[in-house]
Design a protein around this ligand. Structure first.
Ligand SMILES: Nc1ncnc2c1ncn2[C@@H]1O[C@H](COP(=O)(O)OP(=O)(O)O)[C@@H](O)[C@H]1O
Ligand SMILES: [Mg+2]
Length: 346
């Protein structure tokens, strides 16, 4: 039995599930908003066979039967709107503790292991990548404007800055879409405290530290950020790593001004397919560096961002352990969803 732990609107789940069905692999999905209000769970301890059972739309799932768990962007539980803030927090913590304890009783493979996903934060991953032989940009993380000025003065070229923790783009209030399924008004707290459920999903893009922007550096006292040497690009490279398989895609971000500094600005266009995407065979040293890094990070799955320089070097920027790949699959035909299904079945 393969258990998918996800959230109500996660488009990648349907794609992967289709491949599980092609293989005849039994699967079930729990959308974490639905526990505990809509789904019951039972964990029995103190006997010879400690185990948990969780009701899902496809029937009850027993931890003893689960061979693999796909952790795909779990969310927080839906909580009645009428509850006080204190009660909402209590419910969320209790639900979370139950689900984590349930998953602790599973001995199958986790994609990704939960501790590895928690550890995969920006600062330690840059240092881990360096130790694994990947090249990384000179980096300063700070809220100290003077330190940034010194960093920029020592740079050979431009400096880029970007957020450290990202933005709470997970601010979508799923409960609004649920209508009367819960039988009462509920809400789902955003994953990140910064996410405003009334705002559309947002990104803060990477930007060059120009003299005009440098004039606002004192605003750093409100929030630290990452500063890096700007790596000159031939291409942005998105590597999707799935259990030893490497799907490397060049993104032709340098052909237009809007995508040159941050390729994700293509999302603001009407047609993202106008930005070239091409699969390529990564050179062996890059492939080996990625493998070493992913092993050391304990990650089975990850979306890695690199810059490919005009002289063909690859510079590591980050790994997102639950990154999105559907657009790469759609634009290039890379069989990533199938590889995820393979990883869950093996
Ligand atoms: N040091 C850098 N040099 C050049 N471009 C960069 C650098 N850091 C980030 N970028 C660009 O910004 C975009 C997002 O980069 P990334 O490091 O993945 O940021 P985030 O953590 O916000 O996703 C990519 O287009 C990437 O090429
Ligand atoms: Mg990124």
């Amino acid at each position: 039995m393969i258990l998918v732990v996800s959230t109500l609107h996660e488009p990648s789940v349907n794609r992967v599930v289709r491949h599980l069905e092609d293989r005849g692999a039994p699967w079930a999905r729990i959308n974490t908003e639905e526990f505990p209000l809509l789904r019951a769970g039972r964990i029995a301890l103190g006997g010879a066979e400690p185990h948990g059972v969780l009701d899902t739309p496809r029937g009850a799932v027993d931890t003893r039967a689960v061979t693999a768990v796909w952790m795909r962007r779990a969310s927080r539980p839906a909580v009645p709107r009428r509850f006080s803030a204190k009660d909402k927090a209590f419910v969320a913590d209790e639900a979370n503790a139950f689900l984590n304890g349930f998953l602790d009783l599973v001995s199958g493979r986790f994609v990704n292991p939960r501790e590895a996903e928690r550890r995969a934060r920006k600062i330690p991953q840059l240092e881990l990548a360096r130790r694994c032989g990947l090249s990384v940009p000179r980096t300063l993380v700070t809220n100290d404007a003077d330190a940034v000025r010194a960093f920029a003065a020592a740079a050979c070229g431009p400096v880029v800055f970007k957020p450290l923790a990202g933005v709470g783009s997970n601010g979508h209030d799923f409960a609004r879409d649920l209508g009367d399924r819960f039988g009462e008004a509920v809400e789902v707290e955003p994953q990140s405290p910064s996410a405003d459920p009334d705002a559309p999903a947002e990104l803060v893009f990477s930007q060059i530290l120009t003299p005009e922007r440098a004039a606002h550096l004192d605003a750093l006292r409100y929030a630290p950020a990452i500063f890096q040497d700007y790596v000159e690009k031939a291409f942005d490279v998105r590597v999707t790593y799935v259990a030893g398989r490497v799907f490397a895609c060049r993104i032709h971000s340098q052909e237009a001004d809007d995508t040159a500094v941050d390729f994700r600005r293509m999302a603001l266009r009407e047609r993202i397919e106008d930005v070239g995407h091409a699969l390529f065979e990564p050179p062996v040293p890059l492939r080996e560096g990625i493998e070493r890094f992913m092993q050391a990070a304990g990650l089975v799955f990850g979306c890695l961002d690199f810059v490919e320089t005009p002289d063909g070097a690859f510079v590591f920027l980050e790994v997102n352990p639950s990154g999105q790949w559907l657009w790469v699959e759609q634009l290039t035909g890379a069989p990533i969803s199938e590889a995820v299904a393979d990883a869950l079945c093996s």
